[in-house]
Design a protein around this ligand. Structure first.
Ligand code: ATP
Length: 202
């Protein structure tokens, strides 16, 4: 029997957009993932100053976004404990819940750059089997620095081959607010929810 390969894709997803979908889908294909858990972050430690939409609203948006994709699943695990929600702790819980799975942690290149600044980054690396990274535009990685802090990065890193997409949730929120088009950056189900619930207007 082959070991189940579980992708963990964490984010604020405020809102989830096509960049997220393409990352998750390419990761699933290229890294042979059986499932991708979209790990919705209540208030990520690095975004504490920002105003983030309600967890329930974002959960609804993620559900709409991944609808019909049988390998994708929303996880609200981080909302089940009080913050701060460090990734190292989440991974510990996941390893206990899925002892027989290979854990493949998925991030965009911006997150890779900042990984050394996360809480206990070595523990994060220790608790995953592989690290799937999809680049974002304009990124140049400081490999020397990354390897200095995370020596096992070489053996675990899997670069995901995908077009560089200049799509971000911040940009979409700004577009909604300023009345510019944003429809084609999102799945239609997410677009319709944002319109219907009047999200991001102020
Ligand atoms: P914000 O603009 O609010 O910071 P975001 O668009 O970066 O949001 P997050 O929810 O913070 O979205 O991202 C979740 C994960 O998806 C992160 O690992 C991030 O690097 C990755 N990601 C987001 N957008 C892209 C993209 N266009 N290409 C590749 N990875 C992406």
């Amino acid at each position: 029997m082959t070991q189940d390969r579980l992708g963990i894709f964490g984010g604020t997803f405020d809102p989830p957009h096509l960049g997220h979908m393409i990352l998750a889908a390419e990761a699933a294909d290229q890294l042979n993932l059986d499932h991708v858990l979209w790990m919705l972050s209540p208030t990520p430690p690095h975004k504490r100053q920002n105003i983030i939409s309600d967890f329930e609203e974002r959960a609804e948006l993620v559900s709409a976004c991944i609808e019909g994709e049988s390998r994708f699943e929303l996880s609200t695990l981080e909302n089940e404990r009080p913050g701060p929600h460090y990734t190292a702790d989440t991974l510990k819980i996941l390893k206990e819940r899925f002892p027989d799975s290979k854990i493949v942690f998925l991030i965009g290149g911006d997150s890779l750059q900042y990984l050394p600044t996360w809480h206990e980054p070595q523990l994060v690396m220790e608790r995953i089997d592989e690290l799937g990274v999809m680049q974002r535009p304009g990124e140049v990685f400081d490999w020397k620095e990354l390897k200095k802090i995370l020596p096992d990065i070489d053996s675990k890193l899997r670069m995901i081959d995908a077009p560089l997409l200049e799509i971000s949730s911040t940009e979409i929120r700004e577009r909604v607010k300023s009345g510019h088009h944003y429809k084609y950056y999102l799945r239609d189900s997410v677009y319709r929810l944002i319109l219907q619930k009047k999200y991001y207007l102020n």
